[in-house]
Design a protein around this ligand. Structure first.
Ligand SMILES: [Zn+2]
Length: 158
């Protein structure tokens, strides 16, 4: 096989691999599926890696009002603050803004026969939930997340 043909093949494989990923996942979090299965509980794996959804009003955080930080349960990146959490009535933890735009990534989700914007952890690519345009001011957005994708860190008293 000629070297240039090989190069072409490699770049083709690389671009296909990239197309399947939501965006630039940090290299240390590009783990094989088996590794995720070992690191996460069955519930966490089903939601974070297989894009499942926990049942409404059953999660750990939908009703939580304590001040603190919500991190990605898979990679521990800080994602949302309790300061932007609000009671949406949906039964899932809801926020009107992420901590930083760069900590999450948005991907189009065509499952269940509808177009939705999927919210992923930008660091590890873990599925967090969806974002809808029916949130409160000032953003008008509702980041509707699964409790099982998050871990809560209470704000320390000074
Ligand atoms: Zn993550």
């Amino acid at each position: 096989m000629k070297p240039c043909y090989l190069l072409f093949l490699c770049s083709l494989v690389l671009s296909c691999a990239q197309a399947q990923k939501p965006n630039n996942i940090a290299t240390q979090w590009q783990l094989p599926d088996q590794e995720w299965k070992m690191r996460l509980s069955p519930e966490e794996y089903a939601v974070l890696r297989k894009k499942g959804t926990e049942r409404a009003f059953t999660g750990q955080y939908w009703n939580k009002k304590d001040p603190g930080l919500y991190r990605c349960r898979a990679c521990n990146t800080p994602l949302f603050s309790s300061e932007t959490k609000y009671e949406s009535g949906s039964g899932w933890p809801s926020f009107w803004q992420p901590l930083h735009d760069s900590t999450i990534s948005i991907s189009q989700d065509l499952s269940l026969g509808m177009l939705r914007d999927e919210v992923l952890c930008a660091q590890c690519g873990g599925h967090l939930g969806h974002v809808f345009p029916d949130g409160p001011r000032p953003t008008g957005l509702r980041y509707c997340l699964n409790s099982v994708s998050l871990s809560f860190e209470p704000k320390r008293e000074n």
